[in-house]
Design a protein around this ligand. Structure first.
Ligand code: PEP
Length: 244
């Protein structure tokens, strides 16, 4: 286990109405209160639930994060949410450059870089996602792709206090597939060589209560970004408990 404190982050994506989102937040908070987590805990609900979930987790060990933000501070950007708005809603973190944003919303590295800068401007920790597609992996390009996304998406002035990297192979997200432990270690090492010392690197992609312990035991892994399994309090907590 590394000296960096682990972070287990739940990306709820576009899931949750008021009642079930609140119930999930309360469930996780209650487990954290009873269980003395050995890691930092973060939930990233959809924007509609930020304020209510924020109220439900206030004073607990669970932090609040957004799933994306605009680069601009305010103005005529219909449908967008600024980093300042996330901060105002109680967020401490924001996920940026997720592969679903890069693929479905055609976000470029340059756009992601501007969003990371916006997150820092607002006082948020940016969780910057990088990861290769299946075709890129099959072509042996995974390290080159991740390092290129990183250099294109990371503004100058990065430091470990306001940056977390999430390595999320696109082919592992929501598929039940994961890279080998050796592959995770190799990519995390390559990423680590390109970021400030002490920056946490999360692994994301089909993390669940059954595979969490072996992934989180890797020296190069400082936590997990969890999608599907973060929607069940029991599973999210089991992953948090797997932090040694
Ligand atoms: C994600 O989309 O960030 C993710 C890791 O999803 P899942 O855990 O469902 O693969």
């Amino acid at each position: 286990m590394s000296a960096r404190r682990m972070l287990i982050a739940g990306n709820w994506k576009m899931n949750g109405l008021c009642a079930d989102g609140l119930a999930l937040a309360k469930d996780i908070t209650a487990r954290a209160a009873a269980g003395a987590p050995r890691c930092d805990l973060l939930v990233c609900p959809p924007a509609t639930l930020l304020c209510s979930v924020g109220e439900a987790i206030a004073g607990s060990a669970v932090a609040l994060g957004g799933q994306d933000c605009a680069a601009a501070e305010k103005g005529a950007f219909t449908g967008d949410v600024s980093a300042e708005m996330l901060k105002d809603a109680g967020c401490a973190y924001v996920i940026l450059g997720h592969s679903e944003r890069r693929q479905m919303h055609a976000e470029s590295d340059a756009q992601v870089r501007d969003k990371v800068a916006a997150a820092w401007r607002a006082g948020l920790v940016a969780i910057l996602c990088v990861g290769e597609t299946r075709a890129e992996r099959e072509a042996g390009q995974e390290q080159a792709v991740c390092c290129s996304q990183l250099s294109g998406s990371l503004p100058d002035g990065a430091d470990a206090a306001r940056l977390v990297i999430a390595y999320e192979p696109v082919w592992a997200i929501g598929t039940g597939l994961t890279p080998t432990l050796a592959d995770i270690t190799d990519i995390h090492r390559a990423i680590r060589a390109a970021i400030p010392a002490g920056t946490r690197i999360l692994y994301g992609g089909s993390v669940n209560p059954r595979n969490a312990a072996e992934i989180l035991a890797l020296n190069e892994v400082d936590g997990a970004l969890v999608g599907g399994a973060s929607l069940k309090g029991e599973d999210f907590w089991a992953i948090a408990e797997a932090c040694g």
